[in-house]
Design a protein around this ligand. Structure first.
Ligand code: ADP
Length: 270
């Protein structure tokens, strides 16, 4: 446990009044520590591809006489530059999501459209990996939120399911409703996650298997983005997993109750 840090300020006034005010600074200090950690992590994550790009550029120049080597190094340069670009854009996404306004312009979103679009985005990569994506029937379920962000979150989950599964396996997507929540689950028959790691997979830059994450071009931010998107919608992201069996990631979002539940914004102009 963290010790509590209390700052007391004593002010004496000329008319014999004394004002004592105390503030608990431990919370602020914890926030500051998390921020410092994050900056250190970002610096490290950025340095790695930047250093690789420097070395590969040098190697390209040094092998100018050998077209085969030049091609090899140029290919790797392209790969590292792509990774760096992905990392920077995911960092920007995450920092925007953490802004003051959790959802700037919410609308009623059809879950079926989110599922369909997300599958489309991963379809080519899944086919290359020899993985079949299977979805249950359209549900007609609705949530209130940001369609593009929900597609981003579900796309991240399906991409992971494909990346962490062997060829010939299936990724299945299901949508259900109950207790005022809509749930979209992505289940894979992949490598799974060790119990001691499942708690941490939604943390920024946490990777259960850094080598595998690197080889798939992972930034380590995909699930942090998923969690932030769902949090901004007032929902929850959860994981169930067993090593060697597979994983299920579930997005739970408050169901859109419709007009009878008391409309917000546009309807309240009476
Ligand atoms: P990455 O870019 O490394 O995939 P994520 O934030 O998307 O980053 O995921 C964090 C880590 O969680 C991954 O590095 C991986 O170890 C683990 N992980 C995520 N999804 C799955 C999955 N479907 N199966 C097994 N492990 C997973």
């Amino acid at each position: 446990a963290q010790p509590m840090v209390v700052r007391a300020v004593v002010q004496a006034f000329g008319d014999n009044r004394i004002l004592v005010s105390a503030t608990d600074e431990s919370a602020a200090q914890r926030v500051e520590a998390v921020r410092r950690d994050f900056v250190a992590n970002v610096s490290h994550e950025l340095k790695t591809p930047v250093a690789a790009i420097g070395l590969l550029a040098e190697a390209t120049v040094d092998s100018a006489d050998d077209p085969e080597s030049v091609r090899h190094f140029a290919g790797r340069l392209h790969h590292e530059a792509h990774r760096l670009g992905a990392l920077v854009s995911e960092l920007i996404t995450l920092s925007r999501l953490q802004g003051a306004d959790p959802l700037s312009d919410p609308t009623v979103v059809e879950i079926d459209a989110v599922v369909e679009e997300s599958i489309n985005r991963v379809a080519a990569a899944a086919e290359d990996a020899g993985i079949a994506i299977v979805a249950d029937r359209p549900s007609g379920l609705l949530v209130r939120g940001d369609r593009a962000l929900l597609i981003m979150a579900l796309t991240n989950l399906i991409t992971n399911a494909v990346n962490y599964s062997p060829a010939g396996t299936q990724v299945s997507i299901s949508r259900t409703a109950g207790e005022g929540m809509v749930r979209v689950a992505v289940t894979d028959r992949g490598v799974g996650i060790a119990p001691e790691h499942t708690e941490r997979v939604f943390e920024r830059f946490f990777r259960a298997d850094p080598a595998r994450s690197r080889s798939t071009g992972g930034t380590g931010l995909g699930l942090a983005i998923v969690k932030q998107v769902v949090t901004n919608h007032g929902g929850l992201a959860t994981v169930w997993s067993r090593p060697g069996t597979g994983s299920t990631f579930t997005l739970s979002l408050p169901a859109y109750a419709g007009a009878e539940d008391g409309r917000t914004d546009a309807a309240s102009t009476s």
